[in-house]
Design a protein around this ligand. Structure first.
Ligand SMILES: N=C(N)NCCCC(=O)O
Ligand SMILES: [Zn+2]
Ligand SMILES: [Zn+2]
Length: 315
């Protein structure tokens, strides 16, 4: 096995020069194979409020230029341990949500084989559904950690079944999730009614609210989650609006009272050792961002997810 090809050396080529692949890693077509492919999905036709997450992948890549190769919190050099490469964007139809979902599913399936795990950058939360279909095909029903201000288990909007507020209800209906180990983290904000919570609980979800994170702290929360997940194959879906608008203003449906970026990163670090099989970071909408606050947070979150993958045995 040849050594993984890592990021461009920042001591030779300034970080602000050259193309913005994620973390200045090689493109997938520049390496023979990848253990982890970072893929963008510039799709936001499923949003219920502010549009703009279609520009998320480009903004997160741009904000990822400053990431360095060693993760001291997890004591790992993810890009040396694994071949990580940027697979570019999945081009999908912005005028037809069902067609876009089918395109995403097919493209993610192609990228996933063989032995390549995906860290996906959205895009709105609609994209989690086709991504879960792909991990389900490879691993069977998966445990899910869903970091989000919102439940995203609603049924329909304007009669539409496939939106950014509904992916996890569809995933449950399709049998993609291991309902013994599915949790929302960071939930907060007004709902349509109490029924939303009853429906969600009936689907099997546990909820760690944003206030729970504040009261119990990230270490205890991570320990609780680890306990529930065990060694099941785990998918992590992170809606950047799980962060407080102070930490992530650049998003489509912001809610007050969210996590700090420090809390989110610490919870992720507390998940080291989990059997992570794939992950996404969604809902970065750069038009509402300031000083790249949101896209920098998202780039660090993606880096931590890759680091968690690097801590697992190679496939
Ligand atoms: N997935 C995100 N970000 N938001 C869902 C909000 C759904 C609503 O408008 O009620
Ligand atoms: Zn959300
Ligand atoms: Zn969401």
């Amino acid at each position: 096995m040849t050594e993984p090809r890592g990021p461009v050396d920042a001591s030779r080529v300034p970080r602000f020069a050259g193309p913005a692949t994620f973390a200045r890693l090689p493109r997938l077509d520049e390496v023979s194979r990848a253990d982890v492919a970072v893929v963008g999905i510039p799709f936001d036709s499923g949003v219920s409020y502010r549009p703009g997450a279609r520009f998320g992948p480009a903004a997160v890549r741009e904000a990822s230029r400053l990431l360095r190769p060693y993760h001291p919190g997890l004591d790992v050099s993810p890009f040396a341990r694994l071949q990580v490469a940027d697979a570019g964007d999945i081009a999908c139809n912005p005028f037809d949500i069902k067609e876009a979902i089918a395109t995403i599913e097919a493209a993610a399936q192609d990228l996933s084989a063989p032995g390549t795990r995906l860290v996906t950058i959205g895009g709105d939360h609609t994209i989690a559904l086709p991504l879960l279909r792909v991990v389900h095909r490879l691993h069977g029903p998966v445990a899910l950690l869903h970091f989000d201000a919102h439940l995203d288990t609603w049924d329909t909007y304007f009669g539409a079944e496939y939106t950014h507020g509904t992916p996890f209800r569809r995933a449950i209906e399709e049998g993609l999730l291991d309902t013994e180990a599915i949790s929302h983290v960071g939930t907060r904000g007004p709902l349509y009614g109490k029924q939303d919570l009853d429906d969600d609980a009936r689907m099997g979800f546990g909820i760690v609210t944003s206030a729970d994170v504040m009261r119990r702290g990230p270490d205890e929360v991570a320990a609780m989650l680890r306990e529930r997940i065990g060694d099941r194959p785990l998918y992590i879906s992170i809606d950047i609006d799980v962060l407080d608008p102070a930490h992530a203003p650049g998003t489509g449906t912001p809610e007050a009272g969210g996590l700090t970026s420090r809390e989110l990163l610490e919870i992720l670090r507390g998940l080291a050792g989990c059997n992570l099989v794939g992950a996404d970071v969604v809902e970065v909408a750069p038009a509402y961002d300031h000083a790249e606050i949101t896209s920098i947070a998202a780039s660090h979150v993606a880096y931590d997810l890759i680091s968690l993958l690097a801590l697992k045995e190679k496939p």
